[in-house]
Design a protein around this ligand. Structure first.
Ligand SMILES: Cc1cc2nc3c(=O)[nH]c(=O)nc-3n(C[C@H](O)[C@H](O)[C@H](O)COP(=O)(O)OP(=O)(O)OC[C@H]3O[C@@H](n4cnc5c(N)ncnc54)[C@H](O)[C@@H]3O)c2cc1C
Length: 614
């Protein structure tokens, strides 16, 4: 059978194509239908939207809710909060835009059947913290997916999107996407007038703490494979803050979340000797970042910094003091339910390690870095802001449109706007969709054209790893090892090792410098060369091969950005050993990059940070 033998080519025409049916993608699909009653709205997802994305397993809290109906918070307060946590650098226009709409999203979730806990005394939503409300969220994703399913003309599940298509007449305008069905192998061509990328963040670009068979246990979802970044990067979209990777303090080995413990159960941390340690690192941190250490709440990265320093000083492990809180039966129940509703693995780890948090204070650790734009960091695409609020320099078209015509994004995809979480990502999907519908309508008959040649070339490229394996397997020396191809798992481990050792992963205690980054780029370039020898035994491995390709391009972007920003803006997320201090004079700015795929060149620049809110 030839390379394409037995596989169908499926061509789909859409007005709006949503790539990735997670939180942002479901929001985009839902809202596209609201504004585009007669439009063809297509959502394409590599898993099944019923249980896909970072929220797949359910959540215990919605982390972004203002509570404006009760005067609890205003959108301006949320912008101040995110700005403080990100050491001054956020797109305030985008953050404000999400914050002013996010409550209406949460009210829709409740209307659709999501059980939100209520405070019995006030009747308001039960707060876990200033921004978080508590939910019975095991079915969070199916509830949200149902709304998207009803809104879409069609949802295509099990299609891994590998490349975007560009307009044959205008190389700066998007025209659709291609990918393959991970079960049947069919080739899919989506021709679209506007595309919304909402394909989640990136795990497994840095070596994880988990090893061997446990390697799939990471904090961010292991299936978050950086498509949200690679797809736009490859077609020349500008990216921002890609150096701003996130490191999480989590319960050891299971990556169980700590939010409910700190905020609701009022637990606290100690070093291995039962001592308070954060204050000990105050002067040290002040010398690095100045007055930022005096801000309240203390920025997340600086709290990580104290943990990293304390452990490096030989006084680990850091423990969460649960023994006191768990004496209260209500708190004990909440503590366990918190995991059972969202991270069952942590409960299993504790059971397997004889840890009863009522008797033993469990260990915490800092995770390997991840790249994402919706949690406490803001890596992602550089997007146009809201017409009524964004400074002129941040506006070049439609809200949430990237620097490529017709290409929109939401959730982890869009940079500069941390702390949107699940509800904010859905909201941003809605915002992007409204603008994308307007874009399609205003373009009228001026529609992009797809080049048949480009499609055929991509089809050959996409399936090449299967062919490499088919030929190379004749030279197998042992097991699956052949000198003629590289398997996805080997490529992944090589990528993780490079990023870990050269770009500030766990092995170097998050430390890097210009020399290491330059060498890291050389090694990434060698891996890139080898990607044409990727071998895939079956469709599952073919998906792994393309996920690796996306992770690699995103990793290169992270490395370029880390090299460009000559300061340590977020100690606790990573350190530039050659520029250990925060430098507001030179680097109170966004970093932007643009990749030129023909030459493989990257262009870096700075963009100003506008403080719109006092
Ligand atoms: C462990 C964990 C705990 C969290 N806890 C909370 C919490 O308590 N409260 C809260 O509000 N938020 C929480 N979040 C954050 C929240 O889950 C994210 O902010 C949100 O899911 C981001 O939305 P998104 O649409 O950008 O990405 P996702 O929801 O991850 O969706 C991305 C989608 O794209 C699909 N996809 C990826 N690549 C491709 C491709 N190439 N082709 C086709 N489809 C593709 C994926 O399968 C996925 O369905 C948590 C996240 C994690 C990982």
């Amino acid at each position: 059978m030839g390379l394409f033998g037995g596989r169908k080519t499926v061509v789909v025409d859409a007005d709006i194509l949503v790539i990735g049916g997670g939180m942002a993608g479901c929001g985009a699909t839902y809202e596209s239908r609201y504004w585009g009653r007669d439009l063809k709205i297509v959502c394409v997802e590599k898993a099944n939207i019923e249980r896909s994305g970072a929220v797949a397993q359910g959540l215990y809290a919605i982390n972004c809710y203002m509570g404006m109906q009760w005067g609890e918070n205003q959108p301006e307060d949320h912008v101040r909060y995110a700005r403080n946590d990100l050491m001054g650098l956020v797109r305030e226009d985008l953050g404000y835009d999400i914050a002013r709409h996010v409550d209406s999203t949460v009210h829709k979730f409740e209307e659709w059947g999501l059980p939100i806990m209520k405070d019995p005394k006030t009747g308001r939503y039960q707060r876990e913290g200033k921004w978080q409300i508590m939910i019975h969220g095991e079915s969070y994703k199916p509830i949200v997916a149902e709304a998207a399913r009803k809104a879409a003309t069609q949802v295509y599940n099990r299609i891994m999107v590998t490349h975007l298509l560009m307009d044959a007449k205008n190389p700066k305008r998007v025209a659709g996407a291609v990918g393959f069905n991970v079960r049947t192998g069919d080739f899919h061509v989506f021709r679209a007038k506007a595309v919304i990328v909402s394909a989640g963040g990136a795990s497994h670009i840095f070596k994880p703490r988990s090893v061997g068979e446990g390697m799939g246990r990471t904090w961010y979802a292991p299936w978050s494979s950086a498509s949200a970044y690679a797809l736009p990067i490859e077609v020349g979209a500008k990216m921002t803050q890609m150096e701003n990777r996130i490191v999480l303090t989590r319960f050891k080995d299971g990556y169980g979340p700590v939010g409910a413990y700190f905020l609701h159960l009022k637990t606290y941390t100690q070093n291995g000797y039962g001592e308070e340690y954060e204050k000990r690192w105050y002067e040290d941190t002040k010398a690095l970042v100045g007055e930022y250490i005096d801000h309240h709440p203390v920025p997340t990265c600086l709290r990580n910094h104290a943990i990293i320093k304390e452990v490096a000083a030989g006084r680990g492990p850091i423990r969460m003091v649960t023994k006191e809180a768990f004496q209260d039966p209500h708190k004990e129940t909440v503590g366990w339910e918190n995991f059972l509703g969202m991270t069952i693995g942590q409960a299993v780890v504790w059971a397997s390690q004889n840890i009863d948090p009522k008797e033993i204070n469990p260990e915490l650790t800092t995770s390997e870095p991840y790249v994402m734009g919706s949690h406490a960091t803001c890596s992602g695409a550089w997007a146009s802001g809201p017409e009524d609020y964004a400074p002129a320099e941040y506006q070049w078209g439609y809200n949430r449109m990237m620097t490529v015509d017709g290409l929109f994004g939401a959730g982890d995809t869009i940079g500069g706007t941390a702390h949107k979480f699940s509800s904010g990502s859905f909201t941003e999907g809605r915002i992007a969709a409204k603008a994308a519908v307007r874009y399609v309508m205003e373009k009228g008959r001026d529609q992009p054209q797809v080049s048949e040649q480009e499609v055929r070339d991509l089809q050959k490229t996409i399936y090449q790893p299967l062919e490499n394996y088919r030929v190379g397997r004749n030279e197998i020396t042992a097991g699956t090892v052949s000198p003629s191809y590289l398997l996805p798992i080997h490529g992944l481990q090589r990528l993780e090792k490079i990023m870990d050792e050269y770009v500030g992963g766990i092995s170097t205690n998050y430390m890097t410098n210009g020399v290491l980054l330059e060498r890291g780029l050389e090694l990434l370039a060698m891996l890139k060369e080898d990607m044409s020898h990727m071998g895939a035994e079956d469709l599952h491995q073919l998906q792994r091969a393309w996920e690796l390709s996306h992770r690699l391009l995103a990793s290169e972007s992270v490395t370029r950005h880390t090299l460009f920003r000559e300061e340590t803006r977020w100690p606790g997320y990573y350190y530039r050993g050659d520029h250990m201090k925060l430098d507001d004079e030179k680097w109170h700015c966004f970093t932007l990059s643009r990749y030129e795929r023909k030459s493989g060149e990257w262009t870096m620049e700075k963009a100003p940070v506008y403080h719109i809110i006092d």
